[in-house]
Design a protein around this ligand. Sequence first.
Ligand code: PMP
Ligand code: GLN
Length: 379
Amino acid sequence: HAERLDGLGTTIFAEMSALAVATGSVNLGQGFPDQDGPDSLLEGAIAAIRSGANQYPPGRGIPALRQAIVDHQQRFYGLAYDPGTQVLVTTGATEAIAAALLAYVEPGDEVIALEPYYDSYAAGIAFAGGRRVPVTLRAPSYRLDLDELRAAVTPRTKVLLINSPHNPTGTVLTDEELRGICAVALEHDLVVITDEVYEHLVYDGTHRPLASYDGMADRTVSISSAGKTFAVTGWKIGWVTGSPEVVTAVNTAKQFLTYVSGAPFQPAVADALALGNDYYDGLRAGLRSRRDLLADGLGEFGFEVHRPAATYFITTDIRPLGYTDGIDFCRQLPERAGVVAIPHQVFYDNTEAGKPLVRWAFCKRPEVLQEALIRLQKL
Ligand code: PMP
Ligand code: GLN
């Protein structure tokens, strides 16, 4: 196979979900909810299929969804976009990330990514022929060190690939950190690709989009998705917002990756984006209490627990229990306790930093989390 596939192997999520099924384990590995999104959303897709939304939709997304994305950006962040030229619907955030990297990265260009990074970033950078340059969010706070970010920039740097709220640490970048990122981007004339799929899953603090900072509108590719916000990770409806030039560039790549995305899901997501604040508040409240349930339980076993400000994921340091290697720990966990979790290490270049860390997904029903905690007593 081609060199660009070297080192990509099988995604950890597929490996660990298969292991969970094969061993009958409680799957706290891959981040997907075990309850589907709101009924109105599910019924919307069924109705769309019945009413014939089954052929290629428009390349940039159906007008109703593009308008709903514009309305959402205005409502939550005061950001104004033109639905005709500044929005692109994609096949999940994953396609948007890949298309954005293909649109902006020349072979040999460097892409600075926050480490630990979501695994598709490595693949997307490799497919574009770029070079990944990590800036590590370090335990125990997992904050961004702006000096490290500045030091990572070289004359070959082209893109800052940012993810906030951040998977897997749950870090929500602060105003100061975001300002620092913007200053670096402006000083070195960099493109910022910002993955904000967890924008509505923030339990402490607030999310502010990078595109809302001065000078960023024309250089930022903002990415989000319906998967997390509406608990339909399998629908794979994502989107990009940005300047007309940004959206055209990303679409130039997107149109030859998938051409268009999920016709019957688009009208349903359009309606869901307009749900009232009670929906968004309820989503957050439900997940916050699950976070606390699992974080408290893991803490009682003696793990050093990082209670995340956002996302679906708790990080633990396993060393207080006598373990040193998260990969070994996660490989043995199904047999030992009937639970699956994800080792951080696979999200790092600087693997030492991730070695003792393990990620646990809490986007599961409380009784499932309880069952996992009961099983973990066997550890
Ligand atoms: N970015 C991050 C940080 C994620 O955790 C995920 C998880 N699924 C994605 C992107 C992919 O989103 P989608 O399913 O919409 O492709
Ligand atoms: N984003 C989810 C996670 O981090 C799952 C993504 C995937 O399976 N590719 O667990």
